[in-house]
Design a protein around this ligand. Structure first.
Ligand SMILES: Cc1ncc(COP(=O)(O)O)c(C=O)c1O
Length: 370
């Protein structure tokens, strides 16, 4: 029975995440481990902060990569910004917006939600009308809703509306960061978080996060300690930039990999990456249309990193997905909730976003539709 060797298949990851890890990031994982307080790791954090600020397009001093997946970024943002009883408005247009609302409820805050049908986005007027209901401390919404493939547009206008009504804006950029423009300072977004395994194409396990001056002031003026010791951003600031005191045993390996992946992104240049990712997505959209599986989201707010494709009449979506994995080693995902049986979710994120992957998927789908 022992040992128990395990063979991992070599997959082409075209689902909603993780994306395929850059080879350089895989190699970085094999770097010998160093301690979490090693001066060399602290120097790497400083570089990682510079890279993350560039990718988030911000000058925010409080920019870190938290130990944990994107959900830890979500939890950290809410737990640091909110105190029990605080009013929050959550704009829900899919599964991850609903998760923001659920997490807020668990934090013991007053949660108001506005909702859109799956596949739709909010207008600025709809958000502004909701902000008028009462003085909210925070407005939270998802930029790129991975459950539907819709991009919430007009973020700068939404931030301005939030500020006019005395609220801060928290933006989930898990599926947008590094894949489409995310302009934290220009849009005046107060706080945002992401994940290492989507458009950044590092392994999962780290959550980039950034807090601007208004958000930081809210944290600094808290009357109660942050409920989560692990995700307390004061402690992060101290560990990364301050006294470098022990907080937790961060994984040097994951930071080596994220640092390598971020370097790939900045070396290409953000804008040229966005253009390339869009071109690959357009290649996919044209091919899907030809196969009778057109994109579900209108082009005006369709996300290049995540496409929901309508399942053609008479095709069993789950059988096709299973055969793609078993026979072609290609991973895509089912739709979420009410869209479970009517769409597939296809990701073209970071290193997965390549013309050859698009062509492989299209030809595999074609053979399976016959
Ligand atoms: C928009 C969005 N927010 C949050 C998350 C949670 O991230 P993770 O699964 O890395 O915890 C995801 C994951 O897919 C996501 O797509």
């Amino acid at each position: 029975m022992f040992p128990m060797p395990f063979e991992v298949p070599n997959r082409i990851l075209l689902g909603p995440g993780p994306s395929m890890t850059y080879p350089a990031a895989m190699q970085a994982l094999a770097t010998p481990t160093i301690g979490h307080l090693d001066p060399s790791l602290l120097a790497l954090y400083a570089e990682e902060q510079t890279l993350l600020r560039h990718v988030f397009q911000t000058e925010n001093e409080w920019t870190f990569a938290l130990s944990g997946t994107g959900t830890s970024g979500m939890e950290a943002a809410l737990a640091n910004l909110l105190e029990p009883g605080d009013p929050i408005l959550v704009a829900v247009k899919g599964y991850f917006g609903a998760r923001l609302a659920e997490m807020s409820t668990r934090l013991g805050v007053q949660v108001d939600r506005i909702e859109k049908a799956l596949g739709e986005i909010f207008s600025v007027e709809e958000i502004e009308a909701a902000l008028q209901r009462k003085p909210f401390k925070l407005l939270a919404l998802v930029h790129a809703e991975t459950s539907t493939g819709a991009e919430q547009l007009h973020i700068a206008e939404i931030a301005a509306a939030a500020h006019r009504h005395g609220a801060l804006l928290l933006l989930d950029t898990v599926t947008s960061l590094g894949g489409i423009p995310v302009r934290i300072d220009a849009w005046e977004v107060d706080a945002a978080y992401s994940a290492s395994q989507k458009n950044l194409s590092a392994p999962s396990g780290l959550a980039p996060i950034t807090f601007g001056p208004r958000a930081r002031e809210v944290v600094e003026k808290r009357k109660t300690p942050v409920s989560s010791f692990y995700l307390d951003l004061h402690q992060y600031a101290d560990y990364w930039n301050g006294a470098h005191a022990y907080h937790h045993t961060a994984s040097a390996s994951l930071h080596f990999a994220l640092h390598a992946a971020l370097n790939i992104l900045v070396e290409e240049g953000l804008e040229s990456g966005f253009t390339r990712f869009r071109a690959n997505a357009e290649r996919l959209w044209v091919g899907l249309e030809e196969l009778g599986a057109p994109a579900f989201i209108p082009p005006a707010y369709r996300l290049p990193p995540l496409t929901t494709a309508r399942v053609p009449e008479g095709v069993d979506p789950h059988a096709v997905r299973a055969r793609l994995l078993q026979e072609h080693n290609i991973e895509i995902a089912a739709g979420f909730g009410a869209l479970k049986d009517t769409v597939w979710r296809i990701g073209l994120m970071g290193y997965s976003s390549r013309p050859e992957n698009v062509d492989l998927l299209l030809s595999a789908l074609k053979s399976l539709f016959r």
